[in-house]
Design a protein around this ligand. Structure first.
Ligand code: FE2
Ligand code: FE2
Length: 234
């Protein structure tokens, strides 16, 4: 699959803005996004990036086995950091050009989008004080590590995020399949009201429709980050 440019991502995110027309959410399109896309590692840094994500994937799937929303909160807890850090560092160090302006906006929008994913799943599980503290420390540690890494190699960081987004797409696909099979772990999960407002869904929207919308976002993050790593940031 050909990866898409960040301008496509901006068009996608524009659907989330206040006042955006979301009366025609194309669920058929969201059902048929390319969930199997995988960027084949080409250089040593790609292999390192993929290995890091593969280890995280193995551990989180083992730890959160079947606990879909808790797994989602973990994935989303740190997911808004890359866009935030990338946007700010491009703002500080980037050249003043229309292309750079688009890049900064797309990265900050990605961050806002990921933050919303965290908030909507947090609405469902209502994290305990201990879980909130763990999320706080995980976010701080990831923020510092990602900042330092981004100053060293933007290409590597966007490749890592691209692979993390591949994992996010696969995770939400598993979530959808669990809903379709009616497994006990997903039967009582409420539909987050924040998701209905954010995606401008009907009041009687289903959990499946919410997960489809979130997975669509993750596919755009995947494409834009692999594109940023491979095509733009030389
Ligand atoms: Fe997300
Ligand atoms: Fe994402």
């Amino acid at each position: 699959m050909k990866t898409q440019h960040t301008s496509d991502t901006r068009e996608h995110y524009s659907r989330h803005f206040e006042g955006a027309d979301r009366t025609n959410v194309d669920f058929e399109q969201l059902e048929n996004i390319d969930t199997n896309y995988h960027f084949e590692p080409q250089v040593l840094s790609d292999y390192i990036a993929f290995s890091i994500v593969y280890i995280v994937r193995f551990l989180t799937r083992y730890i959160f086995s079947g606990r879909f929303v808790h797994h989602g909160v973990f994935l989303e807890a740190c997911a808004s950091i890359p866009g935030l850090v990338g946007g700010v560092l491009h703002y500080i160090f980037g050249a003043s050009s229309p292309e750079e302006e688009k890049r900064i906006a797309a990265l900050l929008e990605e961050s806002e989008n990921e933050r919303t994913h965290l908030m909507l799943w947090a609405e469902v599980i209502k994290p305990s004080i201990l879980e909130t503290i763990l999320i706080f420390f995980a976010t701080v540690v990831y923020f510092v590590l990602y900042c330092a890494s981004y100053l060293v190699s933007r290409n590597f960081c966007h490749r890592v995020v691209g692979y993390m987004e591949e994992e996010a797409v696969w995770y939400y696909t598993d979530f959808l399949q669990a809903i379709d099979r009616g497994v006990p772990e997903v039967l009582d999960i409420q539909v987050p009201k924040l998701a209905i407002n954010y995606y401008k869904l009907n009041a009687d929207a289903t959990l499946r429709q919410v997960v489809l919308c979130v997975r669509g976002d993750e596919a755009h993050h995947r494409n834009s980050n692999h594109t940023l790593s491979g095509c733009i940031l030389k």
